[in-house]
Design a protein around this ligand. Structure first.
Ligand SMILES: C[S@@+](CC[C@H](N)C(=O)[O-])C[C@H]1O[C@@H](n2cnc3c(N)ncnc32)[C@H](O)[C@@H]1O
Length: 207
């Protein structure tokens, strides 16, 4: 898997921040809405969104949840903050933090949402281990991401893989990164245009 370094992410997302919604807002929004429906359908009084970015999923989460959104990019978080103020979303707290070292005690959240962050973070396995730790046993982890395709798609993704540091995400991410004896994959469905992203529902069993 292509590596991305933390400094490159902060730099690229500082550049994306003013135009992120224009580039990745509408085109990836149906996946965010499907993810938020799953949050609503599950028990989520304490919800964590990892890599909250400009906050595009936040207005779709249940108002009754105490939601925390974290991100390493202050510029992206500033956009999310503006959105919270505009929409009067008083149940959301934003924190600048690295998801690979989450500043929360074990079992702090009932549900953890990861929309489009797995292909961006430097070490996805470390991030997933942190997510397992902060999610309560039997809690839900919801991953929304583009995973490695097959055939022609796979070849194209492999060709663009060296650009990861420049574009701010990896084009290749194997789905089996989600396999762990410490949780169970409950459901996988295709979302977004042409079903290009996957929404994965996971039941945590990490103690
Ligand atoms: C592709 S954007 C997705 C933003 C948002 N979730 C959405 O649906 O549009 C990825 C976000 O994850 C953040 N990110 C990447 N690695 C991170 C990490 N290790 N810890 C916290 N945030 C991270 C980036 O700064 C960026 O804002």
């Amino acid at each position: 898997m292509k590596s991305i370094n933390r400094a490159a992410i902060v730099k690229v997302y500082s550049w994306y921040a003013p135009i992120y919604n224009l580039l990745f807002g509408r085109v990836l929004q149906s996946g965010r809405v499907e993810l938020a429906k799953l949050v609503t359908g599950n028990f989520a009084p304490r919800l964590l969104e990892v890599g909250v970015g400009t906050g595009l999923a936040l207005p779709h989460y249940p108002g009754a949840s105490q939601t925390c959104g974290i991100d390493i990019s202050l510029d992206m978080l500033q956009r999310a903050r503006n959105l919270l103020n505009r929409r009067n979303l008083n149940n959301v707290n934003l924190v600048c933090a690295d998801a690979e070292q989450l500043p929360f005690p074990d079992a702090s959240f009932d549900c953890v949402a990861l929309p489009y962050v797995l292909s961006v973070t430097p070490d996805p396995k470390r991030l997933l281990a942190e997510v397992r730790r902060v999610c309560v046993p039997k809690g839900r982890v919801l991953v929304l991401n583009h995973f490695e395709g097959a055939g022609v798609w796979k070849a194209a993704e492999r060709l663009t893989a060296p650009l990861a540091d420049w574009v701010g995400f990896r084009s290749t991410m194997p789905m089996d990164i989600l396999q762990s004896p410490q949780w169970q994959i409950v459901d996988v469905r295709s979302v977004n245009l042409f079903g290009l992203s996957k929404l994965v529902e996971i039941r945590n069993s990490h103690e």
